[in-house]
Structures are given as structure tokens and as C-alpha cells.
Design a binder for this molecule. Structure first.
Ligand code: SF4
Length: 200
């Protein structure tokens, strides 16, 4: 059965949707059915808030360092649900820090600025930069928005810095050290940390 909530390492993850406007060549969705404690992250249907609450019931939040929105899809494709789940988590006594892992394309996906909506609900945002130029990003992540996507990620990151305590970019090590150095320089230029992730 597909998991909405799963444990992986020291964190608890919430898998809200399988939608995504990208098709990254390194996407973990192409490599298996599940991840961590989840046998499958392919959802039979989009969950409701009640489904997420039910899925959270089996877990002790105090056991985890963070609750992370990240699964087999882009969490901001389910922005309204994401915000309602954050509010619910915040109402729980043992709620750890809340992190959003995102491709940074929410504003194109939803047609409105998302960052102000995260204020007070999200503690940190990890945004996939993944490439040093718009053209290379398109080649690697195949966003449905084409060359518009890359600058949108940087606008989103700058907005998040205003409303979320911790913002970082990420890139996957598959792109090689030369391109990672260029990504690092782009991140430094906007005063955001770059975290290099290992390909899973
Ligand atoms: S943005 Fe994330 S979920 Fe979407 S294809 Fe890329 S790695 Fe996969």
C-alpha cells in the first residue's frame, strides 16, 4: 500500500502528491517503488487532510529531528493541502521543525507567490538548483515551463528568505565538480547556502 508518511534516516517524511512539472534525469521516482520505511510512494489517490492526519497517527513526532515534505512528487503541487498540514502539525505539542523540499517552481505551478504563505508554518526550505544555467537546468530537469523555470527558482528563493528562517539550495553531485562550483557561486551571489546531495 502506498505511504503518505514514511521514516527515512532521522526524519519523518510526508508524501503529498505524485504530481510534478519536471522530469529530472536523476529523479528517485525512476529507481524504485519506495524509499525508507515506505514500500511504495505511488499514491492511489491524492490524499486529503483527513488522510494525512490518519497517516500521522502511527508515528511519534518526538522521535524525529524534522518533518519533511518530500516524496514522489513536488509538494507545492498540493500547496493548499501542504499549508493545512503545516497548520495541523504546528498544533501538535511534539512537532519538530518543518522543512519543505521543493523544486522552487511553486509560483509557476500555482500562479501566485507561495513564500508569504509559509511564514510561521515552515522552518526551512531546500530548493533544488541542480544546474548553473537555465539551459542546463532544462536539459537536466525538463521543466514544463522551459527556460522560464530557472530564473523563477531564484525569485522563489529570494522570496523565501523573507518569510522562512532557513533557506538553502541543493544540487546533486552527478553534475560534476565544475558545474557544482558554478552553482555554489550563484548561491553565494544571493547569500544562500548550497548543499550538495549524493545521487540516491
Ligand atoms: S522535481 Fe523532484 S519529483 Fe520532480 S522530477 Fe525532479 S526530482 Fe523528481
Amino acid at each position: 500500500m502506498a505511504s503518505i508518511v514514511y521514516a527515512y534516516g532521522e526524519n519523518l517524511y510526508i508524501n503529498l502528491t505524485n504530481d510534478c512539472p519536471c522530469a529530472c534525469v536523476f529523479c528517485v521516482r525512476q529507481k524504485g517503488e519506495g524509499l525508507g520505511s515506505a514500500e511504495s510512494l505511488w499514491l492511489e489517490k491524492e490524499p486529503t487532510l483527513a488522510d494525512v492526519k490518519q497517516a500521522l497517527r502511527g508515528w511519534n513526532l518526538a522521535d524525529f529531528a524534522q518533518v519533511v515534505f518530500c516524496g514522489y512528487g513536488e509538494p507545492t503541487c498540493a500547496l493548499s493541502l501542504l499549508l493545512r498540514v503545516c497548520k495541523y502539525l504546528r498544533s501538535l505539542r511534539a512537532c519538530p521543525q518543518i522543512r519543505l523540499n521543493t523544486n522552487g517552481l511553486s509560483d509557476l505551478i500555482n500562479g501566485k507567490p507561495a513564500a508569504p504563505l509559509f511564514a510561521g508554518l515552515v522552518d526551512s526550505v531546500s530548493i533544488s538548483m541542480n544546474a548553473p544555467t537555465a539551459e542546463e537546468y532544462v536539459a537536466l530537469c525538463k521543466p514544463q515551463y522551459g527556460l522560464e523555470a530557472f530564473p523563477a527558482i531564484f525569485r522563489f528563493a529570494a522570496e523565501c528568505k523573507r518569510f522562512v528562517p532557513r533557506v538553502r539550495f541543493t544540487a546533486v553531485d552527478v553534475i560534476g565538480e565544475e558545474k557544482l562550483a558554478l552553482c555554489r557561486a550563484l548561491a553565494e551571489n544571493v547569500d544562500i547556502e548550497l548543499c550538495i546531495r549524493k545521487e540516491q
